[in-house]
Design a protein around this ligand. Structure first.
Ligand SMILES: [Fe+2]
Ligand SMILES: [Fe+2]
Length: 238
């Protein structure tokens, strides 16, 4: 299919589309603030089981971030489109390197073995997240992962630091001081990452690419709350 040339209107208002992206991310933060399990993570009142389950689910998608970003970047480069975005995908791939090890270290300090983490049953939302991002990286629009990254990094900026602070204040989880590496690592870095991402994406005027990035942002928003173990925990407690 022939790509549409950028329209006059879009070049006059290049920032409009990134406010749609920000809307997706902000809507997720608001939804999680209303979600019982997410709220317990953010206000530090979660228990060991709830926190460890969230870390383990997170591990099962974060382990794919570096390879999938690398595949997306390499594929975009091969396609010869948007070289700046291809570089950004590759840069983000190396930025994310080793973050799954933070999760394993945090879980180890909560008493989980590597085997327990690996065997932990993926929630459907996590499986769907991994499958979706693998599809866009390998066969769909490779820039789409930037929409996923934007939403997750935005969430870190607004909630990761707060979660660390409150978890440490409450001190309800044994060894919590040694189990917040993943949250702390993202609280520190993601403000600059979101700004950089927004600055680059603001210059993107191709409507098809914008749509692909927005779709991945929306998909991430739709799936993220499903990574929390709400129903199972309630059922066990009753
Ligand atoms: Fe990360
Ligand atoms: Fe980041």
């Amino acid at each position: 299919m022939q790509m549409q040339p950028q329209t006059q209107q879009q070049t006059q208002h290049p920032q409009d589309w990134t406010s749609a992206l920000e809307h997706e991310a902000r809507t997720l933060v608001e939804a999680l603030d209303r979600h019982p399990e997410a709220r317990r993570l953010f206000d530090g009142s979660t228990d060991t089981a709830g926190y460890a389950a969230w870390l383990a689910q997170t591990y099962h998608y974060v382990r794919w971030t570096t390879p999938l970003l690398a595949r997306a970047g390499a594929r975009l480069k091969r396609l010869g489109r948007h070289p700046v975005l291809a570089e950004l995908l590759l840069q983000k791939s190396s930025e994310e390197q080793g973050h799954e090890r933070w999760l394993l270290a945090d879980l180890k300090n909560l008493g989980w073995t590597r085997e327990q983490v690996e065997r932990f049953e993926l929630r459907p939302a996590v499986a769907a997240y991994v499958a979706w991002n693998r599809f866009t990286a390998e066969a769909g629009s490779p820039t789409a992962f930037l929409g996923t990254a934007y939403v997750l990094e935005y969430l870190s900026v607004y909630r990761a630091g707060q979660a660390v602070e409150r978890l440490l204040q409450r001190d309800a989880i044994p060894n919590i001081r040694k189990a917040v590496t993943f949250l702390r690592g993202h609280a520190g870095a993601d403000e600059a990452h979101v700004e950089e991402l927004a600055a680059v994406l603001r210059l993107l005027t191709d409507p098809e690419e914008q749509a692909a990035i927005l779709l991945s942002a929306r998909t991430t928003r739709a799936l993220y709350a499903g990574m929390f173990p709400e129903q199972e925990r309630r059922a066990r407690a009753s």
